[in-house]
Write a protein that binds this ligand. Structure first.
Ligand code: FAD
Length: 150
């Protein structure tokens, strides 16, 4: 079994799109380095107001990683939506994938019924997982298109 933790938190970084994108890239870069060391995979959704993250791996590593993340001043009030054991990883190839909400990915949010701002306190972990899997698929196809075009 794999341990899975889903939480949300509030972004504390300046609201300029450029600053938020830089921040997101830095977070993903450090996450990928640390998570590949710690056997953590998952996905980070960022709708500019909230982060919602799925962490999966060994129980001790997931707990340790979450505790470290929760202390980070780039966000606040980290709140766990759900913790559970699942039969396998949902993001086996992603030491941490992520997507910031931009007009480009809005169609994915709309497909899941999220036309406006996310209200993470009302979300169930299965809704988060389903949105993250679609955002991941969108990101994969976007990268393939970029590769083909170059
Ligand atoms: P360093 O990167 O060297 O950082 C040292 C200290 O400085 C840490 O306390 C760090 O929190 C703080 N710090 C670094 N950069 C900044 C900055 N720009 N602003 C404020 N404080 C800063 N880490 C993971 O390992 N895996 C994850 O999946 C993961 N997901 C994250 C999701 C979110 C929403 C956020 C905000 C952070 C996430 N992080 C994740 C980063 C995590 O919070 C720690 O910053 C990181 O794990 C520390 O890495 P490090 O030990 O190599 O220290």
């Amino acid at each position: 079994m794999i341990h899975q933790l889903v939480y949300y938190s509030r972004n504390t970084v300046s609201d300029s799109d450029r600053a938020m994108l830089t921040n997101m890239r830095e977070i993903l870069s450090v996450s990928q380095r640390n998570n590949s060391r710690d056997g953590i995979t998952g996905f980070l959704i960022f709708d500019k107001t909230f982060f919602i993250q799925i962490l999966e791996g060994e129980r001790a590593q997931v707990t340790e990683t979450y505790n470290r993340i929760a202390r980070d001043s780039r966000h606040s009030t980290a709140t766990i939506i759900n913790v559970r054991d699942v039969p396998g990883r949902l993001f086996p190839n992603w030491t941490m994938g992520g997507a910031m909400r931009t007009p480009e990915v809005q169609e994915v949010y709309l497909r899941h019924g999220f036309g406006g701002a996310l209200q993470p306190n009302r979300l169930k972990s299965d809704q988060v997982v389903s949105l993250a899997l679609d955002l991941q698929a969108f990101e994969v196809s976007r990268r393939q298109e970029q590769k083909l075009a170059s």
